[in-house]
Design a protein around this ligand. Structure first.
Ligand SMILES: [Zn+2]
Length: 441
């Protein structure tokens, strides 16, 4: 009788120890389990990746990244996608004291395609749970790594961030070739370069010239590729000055998407724009306030959240005919706009896996820069895949005019994918563990 009692107490103690062990193991597992996400950081072992069951958006523990010093940290998952489809990824995010190195815009808490420059907007500072949304086009890819990041390719970040409620949906690709352009004329450039305050202004004449040139651009976008596309341009005169510029060794100063995000975001969000032109003045006639630019009048091939983004630099002199039609001086004043837009189509063609000639290679194929019409003949053949070579005709594929950037309206009839489904209770967690073990056996 006594021994039996002793044994029972012993058994109970064993059970308690076992349950405690299981509880601690489960707790440890819960705190550290990132499910199918792979953790990654630029500076190793700087950031802490934890599941947080105290600060969470719904009943499941959130995914937390904490970086006490500047780092670029993310967790990502490989997602299967169909080619040429728009996708929308969302999550809830909460931040605490998120700071970006050198206060740069474009980094912070964000959703990204790992290994690319594709990203959502970025959240910095301290914010309660906010919805973050990221739209991208799969282009030629069949899988992408979707990352939830504290940092960015522009600059590192530090602070604490919690992510939760991951969703992904597939939208419907657009099937028309009607392109919408937003052209922002920045009437003031007010920048500090090497401790020099530089203030430059756009004149009424500049604005008139650009507006006239854009009318010609719209017409040429339809006639030059023989009706394969149409163009509609909305012109905005932005009075809030450009106060920062980006710098590149090859080009000198230019306007990056981050430099104007604050001024243009309200016009672009939920809009139907497929391409953005930024018109800017970076010098004046007296050459007293010239900002270093290495011989560019337009710069292209950039993107603003997946939308093609180009710079158009106004000539320093008001007497220039760069953007003025004149029968005996310039019969193709829309050339810079066409050229920069073609850089976006060139980049898109490459990203969709087409082999195409380089836009700058006109001489290689026997074309000339002509006095009155510049490289118009080259552009026409480039746009119509009509450049003669020994191996047949080359140029832009006609389908490229249909491949426009992904945007909100592509998701009116979307379907949700299950890719981010997380186990939500202990039974699902155990199932997930068993599945993982089976996968490995
Ligand atoms: Zn170019």
């Amino acid at each position: 009788m006594r021994n039996q009692k002793k044994n029972r107490i012993f058994d109970i103690i064993i059970y308690i120890i076992l349950i405690a062990c299981l509880y601690f193991a489960y707790d440890f597992y819960q705190q550290n389990n990132f499910n199918d996400f792979i953790k990654s950081e630029t500076k190793l072992n700087i950031s802490e990746f934890k599941r947080d069951k105290e600060i969470k958006y719904n009943k499941t523990a959130s995914y937390k990244i904490k970086s006490e010093t500047f780092n670029d940290a993310m967790f990502y998952k490989t997602i299967k996608v169909q080619k040429n489809k728009p996708y929308k990824v969302t999550c809830m995010v909460k931040t605490e004291n998120v700071e970006v190195e050198e206060n740069k815009i474009g980094s912070g808490a964000q959703i990204v395609v790992e290994g690319t420059t594709e990203k959502s907007t970025s959240i910095t500072g301290t914010n309660d749970w906010t919805k973050l949304e990221f739209i991208f086009n799969s282009k030629n890819r069949e899988e992408v790594n979707i990352g939830f990041r504290l940092g960015g390719y522009i600059a590192k970040a530090k602070g604490e961030v919690w992510f939760s409620n991951f969703t992904i949906e597939e939208g419907q690709e657009e099937t028309n070739s009607d392109w919408n352009f937003a052209c922002f004329i920045f009437t003031q450039t007010q920048v500090n370069i090497d401790n020099n305050e530089i203030n430059l202004e756009v004149t009424k004449q500049d604005i008139t010239d650009i507006k006239n040139t854009l009318k010609r651009f719209e017409a040429s976008c339809s006639s030059m590729p023989e009706g394969k596309m149409s163009a509609n341009c909305d012109v905005y005169e932005v009075e809030k000055p450009i106060t920062s510029l980006a710098y590149d060794k090859e080009y000198g100063y230019y306007v990056s998407p981050e430099n104007v995000e604050q001024q243009i975001k309200d016009f672009i969000i939920d809009s139907d724009y497929d391409h953005i032109f930024i018109v800017v003045r970076l010098g004046d006639e007296e050459h007293q306030k010239d900002i270093e630019v290495n011989d560019w009048i337009g710069l292209g091939g950039m993107d603003y959240y997946g939308i093609g983004f180009s710079n158009i630099r106004l000539p320093n002199s008001n007497n220039s005919y760069t953007y003025k039609y004149n029968k005996s001086i310039n019969r193709f004043p829309e050339e810079v706009f066409i050229h920069e837009f073609l850089h976006t189509l060139e980049r898109n063609s490459e990203e969709y896996g087409y082999k195409i000639p380089e836009l700058h290679d006109y001489e290689k194929y026997g074309y000339k820069n002509e006095r009155l019409e510049g490289q118009k003949k080259w552009y026409i053949d480039y746009m119509n895949c009509n450049i003669n070579t020994q191996n047949g005709k080359i140029g832009l594929p006609s389908e490229i005019y249909l491949k426009k950037p992904a945007k909100t309206k592509n998701f009116i009839n979307s379907h949700k994918l299950d890719e981010f489904k997380q186990p939500e209770n202990i039974i699902e967690v155990i199932q997930e563990i068993i599945n993982k073990i089976i996968e490995r056996v």
